[in-house]
Design a protein around this ligand. Structure first.
Ligand code: PLP
Length: 344
């Protein structure tokens, strides 16, 4: 494999900084399963406060946050409503079916977002022939929607509709803090309409392990039971939870740099003859563009990689680049040099 100079394949590739490692090294620890790890407890309090919920639970991954939420909210045979691009539909190994027995109703709409009419059309009537509509799902920001930010008005509309019909609501906030920094709205405001919400420490926040989900005390008690059952309960997990604490203290505001870098990358790509991209659609740290001409997405990604720049092919002509704390403004300039050579 060629040497990678700029890795834009995902914001999960970040390595913990020296300062984060030192903070983790010094973390006080205890037995997490017995609720005796002070660092895990502190992180959970921080996340409950951040998201405006009664309680929070530290988990090994965002995927486990989603799968546990599905199991708490739904019974087998129930149906969830999510955008067609939602993470659990594509990237959780069939977990909704395998772990929760949940039927998925996949909704359409531009840039990873559905509207209240699409949700209303998908909610089932009371009818024993049909699955029971049980859960409405929002992903903020939308990953395959190009890091798009769900506006609060749209969130209020779809969650309001859900409540009217007795559905629960869940926020996949893997990149919620990107939406917070880009919009100026608080995490609490975004999370308020949802029964459960979580953030990932391993995306733009740059910690090595973990995510935390928040909700009512009853929701978290049930989530704890499932965490135990699924083997997610840990021991001296404060070592890794400390990375999350450090990230919340020091790596939130700086997400604005990632957004500026993504915008600069988008502006530079959009003028290339081999690229279709409207840079005004880039709201956070994800840039999705189409390649045209001789190279398809795989060939373009291969040619960029040969020049030390890693991006990801999402489809036959679709490429994704993600900025993060291990990518500098200078590296964006080098990326554009490579792109100018490849995507003429
Ligand atoms: C990455 C991601 C997840 C899963 O998080 P992990 O911590 O990688 O398991 C869930 N939802 C979205 C939108 C993501 O981008």
């Amino acid at each position: 494999m060629p040497k990678i100079d700029v890795d834009l394949s995902s914001d999960t590739v970040t390595k913990p900084t020296r300062a984060m490692r030192e903070f983790m090294c010094d973390a006080e620890v205890g037995d997490e399963q017995k609720l005796e790890d002070p660092t895990v407890n502190e992180l959970q309090e921080m996340v409950a406060e951040l998201l405006g919920k009664e309680a929070a639970l530290f988990l090994p991954s965002g995927t486990m946050c989603n799968e546990i939420a599905l199991r708490v909210h739904c019974r087998p045979g129930d149906e969830m409503l999510a955008h067609r691009t939602a993470h659990p539909i594509h990237f959780e190994g069939g977990g909704p079916a395998a772990l929760a027995g949940v039927n998925v109703s996949a909704l359409d709409g531009p840039r990873g977002q559905y509207d209240v009419d699409a949700a209303a059309a998908a909610i089932r009537p009371e009818n024993r022939y049909m699955p029971r509509s049980r859960l409405l799902w929002v992903e903020q920001t939308s990953n395959l929607g190009g890091g798009s930010i769900w506006p609060l008005a749209r969130i209020d509309a779809v969650t309001g509709l859900a409540r009217t019909h007795g559905l629960r609501t869940h926020l996949d906030g893997a990149r919620l803090m990107n939406a917070v920094v880009a919009s100026g709205l608080s995490a609490r405001e975004y999370a308020a309409p949802f029964d459960s919400a979580w953030i990932d420490f391993t995306k733009g926040l740059g910690a090595p392990v973990g995510a935390a989900i928040a909700g009512s005390r009853e929701f978290i008690a049930e989530a704890w039971r499932l965490k135990q059952q699924m083997g997610g309960a840990m021991r001296q997990a404060g070592i890794i939870a400390a990375g999350g604490i450090f990230a919340l203290r020091h790596h939130v505001k700086r997400l604005a740099e990632d957004h500026a870098n993504a915008r600069r990358l988008a502006d530079g790509l959009a003028v290339l003859p081999g690229v279709t991209l409207d840079p005004s659609t880039v709201e956070t740290n994800i840039v999705i563009f189409e390649v045209r001409g001789a190279l398809d997405a795989n060939a373009a990604v291969g040619a960029l990689l040969a020049r030390g720049v890693r991006m990801g092919a999402l489809g036959p002509r679709t490429v994704r680049a993600v900025t993060h704390l291990d990518v500098s403004a200078g590296q964006i300039e080098r990326t554009l040099e490579a792109a100018r050579a490849v995507l003429r």
